[in-house]
Write a protein of this length. Structure first.
Length: 109
């Protein structure tokens, strides 16, 4: 499993390079690279969610769909916004739940 986690971003970098060499579109290459960095960053940050297992599993599914949306953008140049925003949404839900559950923060009321 760890082997796949390492190889998938490397294959994506190769795909970005091949499509850039074929089309010569620097804007698409930069956007694809930023999307890949964002997905990798959110997947690393998602490890803090292990305390709430259902939310963590939802985040993993969202990361996989965001990775698929990144690959789709590389080849079709169309955004799948719902898939790209889903990992960020699960992270924000987790942070909101942690903020509500923290008794040391002052009350909103």
């Amino acid at each position: 499993m760890k082997f796949v986690i390492i190889l998938l971003p490397l294959f994506t970098i190769v795909f970005i390079y091949i499509v850039f060499k074929r089309d010569g579109d620097i804007k698409k290459a930069v956007i694809s690279s930023l999307l890949l960095v964002g997905v990798i960053t959110l997947s690393i940050m998602g490890n803090i969610m292990r305390s709430i297992i259902p939310l963590f599993l939802t985040h993993i599914v969202a990361i996989v769909s965001a990775y698929g949306a990144t690959i789709y953008y590389i080849f079709r140049e169309k955004f799948v916004w719902l898939a790209l925003i889903a990992p960020l949404a699960t992270m924000l839900v987790y942070l909101f739940l942690v903020w509500i559950g923290n008794e040391h923060l002052p009350s909103l009321l």
